[in-house]
Design a protein around this ligand. Structure first.
Ligand code: ASP
Length: 452
């Protein structure tokens, strides 16, 4: 059995939805179909989820919601009209939205917001099920409530209650035929609607794939495959990545590869379900397969990713290596400020702590520097900002001499100086830190060195 998830761009209009139905019907193994809310039809358009957030905000202010309400309904009506689904489903969606809006005065604002946001996926799943029916193929809508998708944690940032796997698995064993399942939300134990973070339909798909032990989790989007480098930086990149391992995906996603939010696929990864990223617009392309292991050519790299806005806290103290507890006390300062760190490269008398810029705003920086001075009495402490990190990733780098040398040479030839280098013992990646203004030149130089 395959679980397929279709993102907002794959469901933005009637043409896209027809492609989705073709894809599902082309393979009888595609039994569980997870859908997002309709996305952007063109650049400049607004996703239904964003329209719903607008609508919810206006309702929360107690203002007239007619215009925002109309904008949401219009998106579904357009699809229903073009696919000749009949007026019933649009009326059902209107009624559902009105019921939700009417709850504004009885719910906490965060809970109300989630109730509204979740309607995007929920109503779209119902509409997609009707569309299959009109195509002459029965598909049933399945509700996260009835199937036991139980979530915990804050509204808008909920996570799955692990007990749900057993319930979901049982619920799906009773289904035959095609099931259309709304992504992005579930219910708390108290029966309240709660959503995952934005982009959370990927998480729903991953959870269902794990719950039913699917043969593959197909994630349909609008690119043919994952590219080894960001095409906005290296436009000439043409060949996608055919296969990569979970570890490679994790490292690349960490440094900003926009394939998946790195946490989205954890359920599928833990259950060792292969993930296939595919293009709704080119369904014959095999896409990128992400799996536990792959055939690796020694000395090769799978991808180069870069992420901006890192900070480096530099601490220097002569003989710090002899001071028992130095590292612990340094990290304690960060812990006291609720800051998590990313990397910790060190020298003999220096210790760097790399953190994301967003967790160290200026006022926190001052507090952290003062606390380090007080607790550790260093010779020098400073915070460098605007650092970009580049991750060079590939299982093929393990036990291969010269990979880092090749990268250093490429950067040296491009006249770029690195401020840090970090490689974990897994050897599946190494990290290079450079200045933000050197990013594009550095990525191009590395791409040429490893793929050119
Ligand atoms: N519709 C939601 C969003 O725009 C969830 C998703 O598409 O995955 O974030």
């Amino acid at each position: 059995m395959k679980v397929c998830k279709f993102g907002g761009s794959s469901l933005a209009n009637a043409t896209q939805l027809s492609k989705v139905m073709d894809i599902v019907l082309a393979d009888p193994a595609r039994r569980i179909v997870v859908v997002s809310a309709p996305g952007k039809r063109h650049s400049g358009d607004t996703k239904v989820t964003d329209l719903l957030i607008d609508l919810a905000n206006v309702a929360l202010k107690g203002e007239n919601t007619d215009r925002q309400f109309g904008a949401v309904v219009e998106r579904y009506a357009e699809i229903a009209d073009e696919l000749k689904l009949g007026g019933e489903i649009v009326r059902e969606i209107e009624m559902d939205l009105m019921d939700r809006i009417a709850k504004v005065s009885t719910l906490d604002p965060a809970e109300f917001m989630d109730l509204m946001k979740a309607s995007g996926e929920d109503n779209n799943a119902k509409l997609v099920a009707v569309a299959f029916g009109v195509r002459g193929r029965k598909a049933r809508y399945a509700s996260p409530k009835d199937t036991g998708m139980v979530l915990t944690g804050p509204f808008g940032d909920a996570t799955l209650d692990p007990s749900s796997y057993a319930t979901l698995s049982r619920a799906f064993s009773n289904f035959d035929g095609i099931v259309i399942y709304p992504g992005f939300f579930g219910y708390t134990k108290e029966g309240k609607v709660a959503t995952f973070p934005r982009g959370g339909s990927d998480i729903t798909g991953s959870i269902l794939a794990a719950a039913v032990c699917a043969d593959v989790y197909e994630n349909f989007t609008d690119v043919d495959s994952v590219y080894p480098v960001d095409p906005r930086i290296v436009p000439e990149v043409s060949e996608g990545i055919p296969t990569m391992t979970y570890r490679e995906m994790r490292e690349l996603a960490y440094a900003g590869f926009g394939v998946f939010a790195d946490e989205a696929v954890i359920p599928a990864v833990r259950a060792r379900i292969p993930i296939n990223i595919r293009n709704t617009n080119h369904p014959n392309e095999p896409g990128t397969m992400i799996q536990q292991s792959r055939r690796v050519v020694p000395g090769t790299v799978v991808g180069i990713a870069s992420a901006d806005d890192f900070c480096n806290i530099v601490v220097e103290k002569y003989l710090m290596n002899r001071e028992v507890g130095f590292g612990r006390r340094l990290l304690q300062v960060l812990e006291d400020e609720g800051i998590s760190y990313e990397h910790m490269p060190s020298g003999v008398d220096s210790q760097c702590i790399v953190v994301k810029g967003k967790v160290l705003p200026k006022e926190k920086e001052r507090k952290v520097v003062q606390a380090i001075q007080r607790e550790l009495k260093p010779d020098f402490v400073a915070v460098e900002r605007d650092i970009t990190i580049i991750m060079v990733v590939g299982e093929g780098m393990c036990y291969t001499p010269g990979m880092l040398a090749k990268a250093c040479l490429a950067l040296a030839s491009a006249g770029i100086s690195m401020s840090m280098v970090n490689q974990g013992s897994s050897e599946v990646s190494f990290m290079l830190a450079i200045r933000r203004q050197d990013r594009d030149t550095a990525v191009r130089a590395l791409y040429k060195a490893f793929f050119g």
